[in-house]
Design a protein around this ligand. Structure first.
Ligand SMILES: *Cc1c(COP(=O)(O)O)cnc(C)c1O
Length: 361
């Protein structure tokens, strides 16, 4: 016997196809591929190496950028939250890393640092999301101060981030766009506004640099289920799978798993699949969450355990121990599983844990 344990298949061709699809939305824009949180759970270095077409990579933390450099990645890398300490600045210079500036502490640190060479800077303006970014009133002051600094390269990229682009009817995106335009139209600097949802649904936000994350991994960034990955023309890069390690008959009324939280209304057959929250499968996935067993949708029943889940195979099941189960990916969008787990696909993907085996296909 040899059963598949929890495994994430990573489809490199799907990644490249998705990249090309995104590029087709915005043929003139350069692409900053977002790889934070371990490449949305797909592997930081692995995804960088599989995307030689990208113009730059975006990460959230210095450690992620240094891991990419250590892996031999020489492309531009942008720290999307900027640097966290002034001591980081020489490290950025040595490793040729670009930084966002979004607050006054960073502005002071970069202008007062002693650096061997100037850094490339992206100036982040808050246009309405009210998370990171300088206020519109601060823009001129920040821009002038950065422009005057020997520590800053001349071609500052002007950027902002969209809070509601996943909802095509939400007026917030046009409000953000109008403010960004108003502040930056007089500058011929490069500009950047679009996340995945912007790339797809908001053509005017594409500017010079698009910043796709989720969409590259073949998952729809849009809120409405009808705007599925398939309808966007993208394919899941990750397929999470494991196998049945037990198949057992269950009598009507018998309870399954911790807390006896679920019992069957009729005689049935229960399958036990070797994957659980210790692998990153969401513990909040409720009864009825779909799982593909031998290509057939069956409902999850009972509580998710650390290492296992239980599914109702139905009383006519012919499934065998060792048969394959797909938790999400090919044939079962992670978007759908996320709805059952009352979360978003982003969280499911980046919660994949270290013990999940990776198989690049
Ligand atoms: C994470 C992030 C993105 C990518 O977001 P997606 O919704 O995954 O496309 C783009 N820009 C910034 C600044 C980010 O932090």
């Amino acid at each position: 016997m040899a059963f598949t344990t929890a495994t994430a298949l990573i489809d490199r061709q799907a990644l490249v196809d998705n990249f090309n699809r995104v590029k087709a939305f915005a043929p003139k824009a350069k692409v900053l591929a977002v790889l934070k949180a371990n490449g949305y759970g797909h592997g930081l270095e692995r995804i960088a190496q599989a995307l030689p077409q990208a113009d730059a990579f975006g990460v959230a933390r210095l450690d992620e950028a240094l891991a990419l450099r250590a892996a031999g990645v020489i492309k531009p890398i942008v720290l999307l939250e900027g640097f966290f300490a002034e001591q980081d600045l020489p490290v950025l210079a040595v490793n040729n890393l670009q930084t966002i500036i979004h607050n006054r502490q960073q502005l002071t640190a970069i202008t007062e640092a002693e650096l061997e060479k100037p850094l490339k800077v992206w100036l982040k303006i808050d246009t309405g999301m009210h998370r990171l970014g300088i206020s519109p009133e601060e823009f001129d002051d920040f821009y002038q101060t950065l422009s005057a600094s020997d520590n800053v390269e001349a071609d500052i990229v002007l950027m902002s981030h969209l809070g509601c682009a996943d909802e095509p009817e939400n007026p917030a995106t046009n409000t953000q766009l109008a403010l960004f335009e108003q502040l930056t139209s007089a500058y011929d600097n490069e500009k950047s506004l679009a996340n995945s949802a912007g790339c797809y649904a908001w053509p005017q936000t594409r500017y010079d640099w698009i910043r796709p994350g989720l969409i590259l991994y073949g998952v729809s960034p849009m809120a409405a289920p009808e705007q599925s990955a398939q309808s966007l023309g993208i394919k899941p890069v990750m397929t999470l799978q494991s196998s049945l390690i037990a198949v057992r008959p269950l009598k009507a009324g018998e309870a399954v798993g911790y807390g006896g939280a679920w019992s069957s209304p009729e005689d049935t057959i229960i399958g036990v699949i070797a994957i659980g929250y210790g692998d990153g499968y969401p513990r909040h996935a409720g009864n009825g969450t779909p799982v593909l067993v031998n290509g057939r949708r069956v409902p999850l029943v009972g509580r998710v355990s650390m290492d296992m889940i239980t599914v109702d195979l139905g009383k006519n099941s012919g499934d065998q121990v060792g048969d394959l189960a797909i938790l999400w990916g090919q044939g079962l969008p992670v978007e759908e599983v996320a709805l059952y787990a009352t979360t978003i696909p982003y969280e499911l993907l980046c919660n994949i844990t270290r013990r999940v085996q990776i198989e690049v296909i």
